[in-house]
Every structure is written in C-alpha cells, then in structure tokens.
Design a protein. Structure first.
Length: 365
C-alpha cells in the first residue's frame, strides 16, 4: 500500500515554462523580469501599492518589524498558537514578546485578550490568520491607538477575506510565505505588502544589506541589513503558482467537503469560522474531542498515512524566559490537534482511506 504524504503538489507545464524562461533570460538573481511580473500581479489582485519579495515568510516578518522600527525595550503582542518565526523575529530586535492565548473554537485570540496586554511600550501587534481562518483586524484597528502598528501574518491564508477585503491589506503590513506547502510556493520565499511608502522603502533597504542609499558610495552602508532577496528563478515559479492559486484553493475546498462527509463528526472539531470571513484552507486540521493527537498520528503511521501535530505554544518553548504564563487553550490544541493529508491533488479514494483510518482509531476502545 502506497504511503499518503501530508502534503504534495504536482508542478505542471506552466511552472516548467516560466522556470525555463527565467533560466534562458540569464537573470536568475533578484529583481529580474519575473520578480516584476509577480509584484505587479499581487498589486493588481490585492489592490495594494507596494510589494516587496523576500527570501522566506520568516524574513517577511522580520522585515515588517524593522519597517515599523521595533527595537530593544519595545513590546510586540503575538498569539501563543503560531509558528516560532514570529517569536524569533521579535527577539532578534531585542523586543519583548507579549504572548496571548487563543480561543479553543477559532484558534484565534480574542480582541479582549489583546487589548488587555497593551501597554505604553506596545509598538506592534502580530495577528496570525491561523490555518486560513481570519482574525478581525478591522475591529482591532478601531480599538487601539494608531501609534500601534498591526502586522498581519498571512502565511497560511493568502486570498482569504474579511468581508470584502483581502487579508494583508487591512493592517499596516501583510507578510506571506511561499514555502513548499503554501498556497503559492517557490520552494522558499515570501513577500511583504503595504500601503505605506516609508515602510516599503525601509524593507527594500533592509533586505538588501542597506545598499541603495544614493548619498553613499557603493560599499558604504548606513545601517545593519541582510540578504533577504528572492531570486528571479523563484519568482518565476511563484508567479505561475499565483496564477493557479484560485484553481488550487477550489481543489482544497472540495477535499475539505469530502473529509467532512466521511470523518466522524461526533468526535472531531474543525475551526469555527466567523460569518464575515471567507476563509481558505491551508492544511486540513482538526481537534480530537477526547483522544490525544500523538496516538492518532502513531496509528495513521502504521497505516502508511502521514500527519502532523499542531503548533507547540510559544510560551512553552525552552529558550523563552521562564514566566508563570499559562495558555491552556493553545496547550489543548497542541495536545489534541493535528492535520491530515491535505494536498491539492488528493484522490477521492485517498480521502476515504484517510477518513476510515481516523474513524477506526476514534471508535476503538
């Protein structure tokens, strides 16, 4: 019996065509023809003024924090239930991460939780549209000072909407990942989008070693910067993937419908989606009401089915300064949550096989 991987995608003729054209252009480093095509595509699609392509979703978050001038002594609010990239970027600037728990049903923090953590030192809030679900950024903006900047982490939710607005365009900056298992991929890569010209200029310099100051000579630099550029070869693949994103999201939606049809509805819980939200599905994830995720993962492995646990709460990571902070809902999601095979090209029979295996585990005593 063939193993079913947790995520797979098929690259097609358009991906090959663009990648080959990028090679034949003889411009495979950054800021080439396909980089410009991708940037213009995103600008049109998201109706956003500024797009900066970067090397990863992690570097996108770092660039966004740099853009709003996060520094030592500042505080940045971040949810406990998310990828470690957010936390590491905050710590890199010497700022203090202020971690908030999430709700059990939506896997998102409440507005009240975030408000309660705001202090005079709060410089920014990172909101994470987790697993394609959408945090209410519009309402948060109404409740906080304009001095506090909102960074939307959209790595798992490109093309999701709050009412009629795409995520990433509602706060001050939006960060995206083009990692291998993301809706748009270039293997590695990412981008930052913003309406603010000054933020864009800061990112452009920071990701390019602070080259580009017209008042300085070629190898003089007026600040610390890094090479977070995306290559044009990567941009060629990402551009192809962006064109096909709508098609792939429809495939994912169809897969979710089938999973919900076959999985035991009494024993698992999917994310709660607000009525004002048009979510997208990144990975097909759920929480077991009673049983532990680790046990199901072991069971599926024996049946040659891959699966993964959800994020470990940030407050429980070993290198975080010891505090009494408890995030019980995030801990519950970590203990009981997982995602199952979620590739765009899963067959109906594969979905039935995965569902049956999950149900067999749930129903066994």
């Amino acid at each position: 019996m063939k193993r079913i991987s947790v995520f797979s995608r098929q690259f097609g003729s358009l991906d090959e065509k663009f990648a080959l054209k990028a090679l034949r252009n003889n411009w495979i480093s950054s800021n080439g023809p396909f980089s410009k095509k991708l940037e213009n595509f995103i600008k049109r699609k998201f109706k956003i003024k500024h797009v900066s392509l970067v090397s990863s979703g992690t570097s996108a978050i770092e660039c966004a924090l740099k853009a709003v001038n996060v520094k030592k002594g500042d505080e940045v609010i971040v949810p406990s239930f998310t990828i470690v990239s957010c936390l590491n970027a905050i710590l890199k600037f010497g700022a203090k991460p202020i971690i908030v728990d999430v709700k059990k049903d939506s896997w998102l923090p409440s507005l009240e939780q975030i408000e309660s953590k705001i202090s005079k030192k709060t410089k920014a809030i990172i909101v994470v549209h987790i697993f394609g679900n959408v945090f209410n950024v519009s309402e948060l903006k109404k409740r906080i000072s304009k001095k506090i900047k909102i960074i939307e982490d959209c790595a798992e939710a490109p093309f999701a909407k709050l009412k009629k607005r795409y995520v990433g365009t509602i706060g001050d900056l939006g960060t995206f990942s083009f990692y291998a298992n993301k809706t748009i991929t270039s293997g590695e890569g990412g981008m930052v989008i913003t309406k603010n010209k000054d933020f864009y200029k800061n990112i452009k310099k920071y990701k390019n070693l602070y080259f580009g100051n017209k008042n300085l000579k070629r190898f003089e630099h007026d600040d610390i910067g890094f090479n977070f550029r995306m290559t044009d070869l990567q941009a060629a693949i990402a551009y192809s993937q962006a064109i096909k994103a709508k098609e792939n999201l429809l495939k994912m939606k169809k897969n979710v419908t089938l999973y919900k049809k076959y999985l035991d509805k009494e024993s698992i819980i999917f994310q709660k989606i607000d009525k004002n939200v048009k979510n997208v599905w990144w990975m097909i994830a759920f929480v077991l009401k009673k049983k532990k995720a680790n046990d199901l993962i072991k069971f599926l492995t024996k049946r040659k089915i891959d699966s993964r646990k959800l994020f470990k709460p940030l407050n429980e990571l070993k290198y975080i300064k010891k505090t009494n902070l408890k995030c019980p809902n995030s801990k519950y999601l970590y203990d009981h949550g997982l995602y199952i095979p979620s590739g765009f090209d899963l067959t109906h029979n594969q979905i039935k096989r995965v569902s049956k295996a999950c149900n067999d585990f749930i129903r066994k005593r």
